[in-house]
Design a protein around this ligand. Sequence first.
Ligand code: NAG
Ligand code: NAG
Ligand code: NAG
Ligand code: NAG
Ligand code: NAG
Length: 377
Amino acid sequence: MLAIKNLLPILLSCAPAAIAEVIRRNTACNNSPSLCSKSYGEITHLGAHDSPFLRDASTGYSVSGNQFYNTTVQLSAGVRLVTGQVHKNNNDWHLCHSDCKLLDAGTLESWLSEIKTWLDGNPNDVVTVLLVNSDDATDSELATAFEASEITQYAYTPSSTSAPTSWPTLQELISKGTRLLTFVASLSSNSNAKYLMDEFAYIWENPFEVTSASNFSCLPERPSTVSKDIPSALSSNRLPFMNHFLDKDIGLGIEEPDVDAVATTNGQNGTGNLLTAAQTCKSAYSGRQPSFILVDFFDKGPAIDVVDELNNVTDATGRVPVPNTNADDNSNSTSSGTYVGLLELVDEVKNGANPSVGNWIWAGGDWLSVLGGGVSI
Ligand SMILES: *[C@@H]1O[C@H](CO)[C@@H](O)[C@H](O)[C@H]1NC(C)=O
Ligand SMILES: *[C@@H]1O[C@H](CO)[C@@H](O)[C@H](O)[C@H]1NC(C)=O
Ligand SMILES: *[C@@H]1O[C@H](CO)[C@@H](O)[C@H](O)[C@H]1NC(C)=O
Ligand SMILES: *[C@@H]1O[C@H](CO)[C@@H](O)[C@H](O)[C@H]1NC(C)=O
Ligand SMILES: *[C@@H]1O[C@H](CO)[C@@H](O)[C@H](O)[C@H]1NC(C)=O
């Protein structure tokens, strides 16, 4: 799921409707009453890949954006896993896509605060955060941001340092107030912040960086100890994590989210479609459904319908539809504004920044030097 190797309120107009809504929400967990008694690892959580990296007006419709709507909108619409890459920037920890010069979505603390505010307002919901630890932040460094955002008040601390045979139910997590599960890829030690779980001790993933709709695979890729070995992955008790997003190879090793294909990628039926892929994997996993499904442009498909289908949810409640605004208007993605981030990189290179690699790409009317010989955006 890494994109780089290195790396609302509800307005209720009348009283009877208000009462009915309150009752339903109190008995629903992650939008459905049927999920309360299910274990955290048994259901499928919809994940927004690179959640804070937006392709909207705020980023000049950056081609480095993986989502049209921000994390708050994602969570309100039913997303329950949000991922992002943590990079060191000016001695602070930021969420940046591949490189802070390409797309800087602000500090980790501020993003965690946004999630914390959402958790405050949604007491029956369990949320998972997965951080890609691109610049090897220590547990203490990450914990500083977690504590400053006050999201630690919701943090779940595992009872074991390896994958458990079973996880608490959503209702247990909600009742104990431990509604935030945090995984980090990777963490050498969490002795100073036990709620930071080293991802690959608890989870295995299929491949990412897929550029052809026919190339999605159910085989485990990471951690290497279970690579290409489904029986080992399953018997390790790790949770199956299904990456399902398509990149477009735009040449010279650069990949960007394939937004044009998203109706298929997040759709239901046929090669490269999300439901078909999830059912194929579930079958390959002896009936075990993926615990997480990670997608780009989550509102397309819509991907949540696939997750509801896997979770046998027919009574979803309390979701807020994505705003009916211009965020998913791709017309600007091909304009020069799109390449603002890339052009900044070009400027850096022109100004003498270390063009360590000989790959160049013509982007937005200028030449871009590819840092590291394989930047995925
Ligand atoms: C998220 O997006 C919505 C809709 O565009 C906007 O109203 C809200 O202010 C944004 N929230 C944050 C925290 O950026
Ligand atoms: C599809 O996967 C195969 C096997 O991994 C690989 O050889 C091939 O290059 C991939 N095709 C594309 C278009 O990515
Ligand atoms: C999926 O494909 C099958 C066979 O091609 C078709 O019968 C079915 O109606 C399709 N379902 C949806 C939801 O498109
Ligand atoms: C949904 O139903 C299928 C088929 O009965 C079952 O395999 C699966 O475990 C169920 N999933 C959930 C989360 O209830
Ligand atoms: C596209 O960009 C133009 C110029 O920046 C702007 O005026 C317009 O509102 C944008 N379109 C959308 C749908 O955001």
